[in-house]
Design a protein around this ligand. Sequence first.
Ligand code: E4P
Length: 215
Amino acid sequence: MKLFLDTANLQEIREVASWGILDGVTTNPTLCSRENVPFEKLVKEICDLVSGPVSVECVSTRAEEIVPEARKLNGLAPNIAVKIPVNLEGLKATRVLSAEGIKVNMTLVFSPSQALLAAKAGAAFVSPFIGRLDDISHHGMELVEQILTIYENYSFETEVIVASVRHPGHVVEAALLGAHIATVPYSVMEKLAKHPLTDIGIDRFLQDWKKVAGK
Ligand code: E4P
């Protein structure tokens, strides 16, 4: 399973890259708005820090505008994946861009039918937002399961990025379902490694080791 970091913060990316488990980054306009760095400079710096795909979102809303915007974003670095919201305009643009070999991450996916169309349009990735579904009392992970089944039924190569992750349980459930990727905020990424019994165990071993060292 690949783990992406869901952030536009350079420090967070540097830190998680140093753990040796980082496979890519996803950004969105909200995440970019939190950083005090000009947009294109920010994107290039993120792409220098990670060798895997870096998703950067288009903000145009009509296919004829999304396509040139996506081409421009794609030209910023060799590891860009262009994020496009999944609606009819986004699908039209994705068909054109994927035929040119540009990697598209269809985002804001909330239904299996949207994911089916995204795969048919040639998207390299789809991003179901499971946390936002959970927030409105739906079961986000059911959507992931449905998408994975549909993709397996028809051997689609589109990879599923489990997005809008809120806690480590989401990552574990995604892994159990066989999702290709989870994109995880920094705070959750840290929690993935933590367990109170590990901390207690280390403390106890260090205390006992002092007795050994004192002999
Ligand atoms: C994914 O690509 C999005 O950037 C992200 O996961 C959205 O998460 P949110 O629902 O916490 O904003």
